[in-house]
Design a protein around this ligand. Structure first.
Ligand code: ZN
Length: 114
């Protein structure tokens, strides 16, 4: 008879309101994504939803992958763009110097005339 009461007890324990609500709502799965900065994101997906291979890290915006050992590489565009912008800046500076020299030369020429 002791065994019978144990089964009864487990039934009572397994049937609170929370358990039922969970069963009625759409079942979810939590998938971990890891970015190259070591951030872990755990968005929830419906069990029947297609889980993407990558997820944008909400902390740094880098792509995050499902393998913690091999997170996707950080996008290379950013430093490359910065370098390009730097080169462009230097070029326009050189152009500006040339224009400035030209203007100075004109000023000197005018002074020389007077
Ligand atoms: Zn991150």
């Amino acid at each position: 008879m002791a065994g019978g009461s144990a089964i009864r007890g487990s039934r009572v324990g397994a049937g609170p309101m929370g358990e039922r609500e969970r069963g009625e709502s759409a079942p979810r799965q939590w998938i971990s994504f890891f970015c190259s900065n070591g951030h872990e994101t755990v968005p929830a997906f419906a069990v029947d939803a297609l889980v993407p291979d990558t997820w944008d890290c909400p902390r740094c915006g880098f792509p995050a992958g499902r393998e913690s050992a091999t997170p996707p590489a950080a996008p290379r565009n950013e430093p490359y763009k910065t370098h390009l912008a730097y080169v462009k800046e230097r070029r326009s500076d050189a152009d500006g110097d040339a224009l400035l020299e030209e203007a100075l030369a004109r000023l000197r020429a005018r002074r020389g005339e007077r």
